[in-house]
Design a protein around this ligand. Structure first.
Ligand SMILES: NC(=O)c1ccc[n+]([C@@H]2O[C@H](COP(=O)([O-])OP(=O)(O)OC[C@H]3O[C@@H](n4cnc5c(N)ncnc54)[C@H](O)[C@@H]3O)[C@@H](O)[C@H]2O)c1
Ligand SMILES: N[C@@H](CCC=O)C(=O)O
Length: 515
């Protein structure tokens, strides 16, 4: 019997036994570091000489694994295998496809800390963040499986005398999944299994930063009974195979999550019809954010500081949902900054493959350098009130950093930093709080900390973001509870983990019969 969907509980690391279990998982994974991982095409494991090397971002000398790189020739083979696999896979009932996902969820659940430990190594995730990432992956498996079974019933239509109308969904064909590194299990898993459970074969090109944990998902799905060719694993250099995957005539959909620059490039390229292409490509592109928490004069100021600090610095701000702008009513501005600084002082920074720290390193040298540059920009544009330290001698460490007195048009108020940097700005009334919140090209998440119902009601329609939160932080959406996706240049508002998501990978069909 399949129980109703309920999200996977998080691990409480204040419990000694849970801490010990996590340390045991880290030790197990440490014993498996440095291995070689193959491409997987039509179920066949292919090792190439050219490799992506994944290192532990908190200890950059430690090699997590080496993953074979796919060439354009491998992509051709993967498309052939997908087209062949589609013939069978599309005939499976939704229940049978869903069972593969339920089984995969059970496998991951049994090995939950092990998956999270891989995330601590491959993506530099602190324990609670890794645990949340793995739990979200399990949720995507459980949620999309149930939802596809429901969707297979189609939707009701009006009927007339002597006429029967049916509305139902059919899979589209092979497509490409291109995820980011920052939810290296959850987003890879969700963006892959959604089109698969809908009946489509997938070519998965994981991020070059976190290919090892992506391979672990491929292993699990194979163990769960996914037929060969339905999921082809084609890691590689995006400069060599990115456009090739997107442009390919056999690509029916591109399920992309990542930066605005890459998303826009994919969106544009996908509109060009290639020789031999017989369909329009669908593009799901979930992109960056410049997310704001606004605090009015009626707010609980401790709650405001807690919401800002945890949304800004959880996983070192490397979430599309992270709070990078705090816009505060002038009457409570100084107090909220003071409380935020006090709370930030309590956060620990270290190596999550050794300790249960609040923050770890950022993902790589490129991100480290970029964030460091933004900290210098912030010093010119505003006043540094806390943090600013960086150290890349062993890992890519950036300490939590707070700036105040920013002009709303300042670069650090407008550009996505994707690091542990938050900028405070002041507003004179609720109109100005909302104006500043909306003055970016992004529209992903936001939060309002307020006890004024009129202000909350206004924000509901006037704060232009896909995911808006009242009296809590702006991160940590949960599958089935807060479907996720952004407005404006944050993306196509696909609402991952929600009731409209699978339709992005399905063709709706109407059949009418006259009697
Ligand atoms: N909106 C969301 O749901 C969401 C979720 C997570 C991350 N993000 C965003 O993702 C970004 C961070 O992730 P990232 O650094 O991996 O982003 P990125 O754009 O650099 O890379 C994302 C993916 O695109 C691939 N890629 C790069 N160039 C490509 C090309 N020319 N063609 C095809 N694929 C290409 C990469 O290899 C990777 O797999 C941030 O901007 C963050 O806000 C958004
Ligand atoms: N869904 C995640 C963010 C994903 C992007 O990085 C959240 O809600 O915090």
């Amino acid at each position: 019997m399949v129980l109703p969907f309920k999200h996977e509980p998080f691990t409480d690391f204040t419990v000694e036994e849970n801490r010990k279990d996590y340390q045991a998982a880290l030790a197990k994974v440490k014993g498996e570091l440095g291995k070689d991982y193959p491409l997987v095409i039509n179920g066949e494991k292919i090792y190439t000489d050219d490799k992506l090397v994944s290192v532990n971002p908190s200890n950059k000398k430690e090699v997590v694994g080496q993953v074979s790189k796919a060439t354009q020739q491998h992509i051709e083979e993967a498309f052939s295998s997908s087209k062949e696999a589609f013939k069978e896979w599309k005939t499976w009932s939704a229940e049978d496809r869903a069972r593969v996902l339920y089984r995969a969820a059970a496998i991951v659940r049994r090995r939950k800390h092990e998956f999270s430990a891989w995330l601590s190594y491959d993506a530099g995730k602190p324990w609670d963040q890794a645990d949340g990432d793995t739990a979200e992956g399990i949720d995507f498996l459980e949620y999309y499986a149930r939802h596809m079974v429901e969707l297979e019933q189609g939707k009701p239509l009006a009927d007339r005398p002597n006429e029967d109308n049916k509305y139902f969904y059919q899979p589209m064909g092979p497509g490409v999944v291109i995820p980011p590194w920052n939810f290296a299990f959850a987003i890879v898993c969700g963006t892959t299994v959604a089109p698969i459970v809908a009946g489509n074969p997938v070519l998965l090109k994981p991020s070059e930063n976190t290919p090892v944990i992506a391979y672990k998902l491929v292993e699990v799905l194979e163990e769960a009974g996914l037929p060969k060719g339905v999921l082809n694993f084609v890691p590689g250099d995006p400069a060599e195979i990115g456009d090739y995957l997107v442009d390919h005539k056999d690509t029916h959909f591109i399920n992309f999550t990542g930066s605005r620059a890459t998303g826009v490039r994919i969106f544009e390229r996908a509109t060009k019809i290639q020789d031999g292409q017989t369909h329009l490509k669908r593009v799901v592109a979930e992109m960056g954010g410049k997310d704001t928490i606004i605090v009015d004069e009626s707010a609980d100021l401790d709650l405001a500081a807690e919401s800002i600090v945890h949304s800004a610095f959880g996983f070192s701000g490397q979430k599309c949902s992270a709070c990078s702008r705090a816009v505060i009513h002038e009457s409570v501005y100084d107090e909220v900054i003071k409380k935020s600084v006090e709370l930030t002082k309590t956060l620990t920074v270290g190596n999550p493959t050794e300790d249960n720290v609040y923050m770890a390193s950022v993902v790589n040298q490129k991100q480290f350098d970029k964030i460091k540059d933004y900290i210098e920009v912030g010093k010119q544009e505003g006043e540094l009130v806390f943090g600013g330290e960086t150290d890349d001698s062993k890992g890519f460490f950036v300490h939590p950093t707070i700036f105040k007195d920013l002009d709303p048009q300042a670069r650090i108020m407008q550009e996505e930093i994707f690091g542990p940097v938050v900028a405070f700005a002041k507003a004179k009334d609720f109109d100005e709080l909302l104006d500043i919140a909306n003055n970016t090209e992004y529209g992903l998440t936001g939060a309002v900390i307020s006890n004024n119902r009129e202000n909350l009601n206004r924000a509901q329609t006037e704060f232009l973001v896909g995911n808006l939160y009242f009296n809590r932080g702006c991160t940590a959406a949960i599958v089935g509870y807060q479907p996720f996706g952004g407005f404006k240049m944050s993306g196509t508002d696909s609402k991952a983990g929600g009731p409209d998501y699978l339709q992005h990978f399905l063709n709706a069909k109407v059949v009418t019969e006259r009697f």
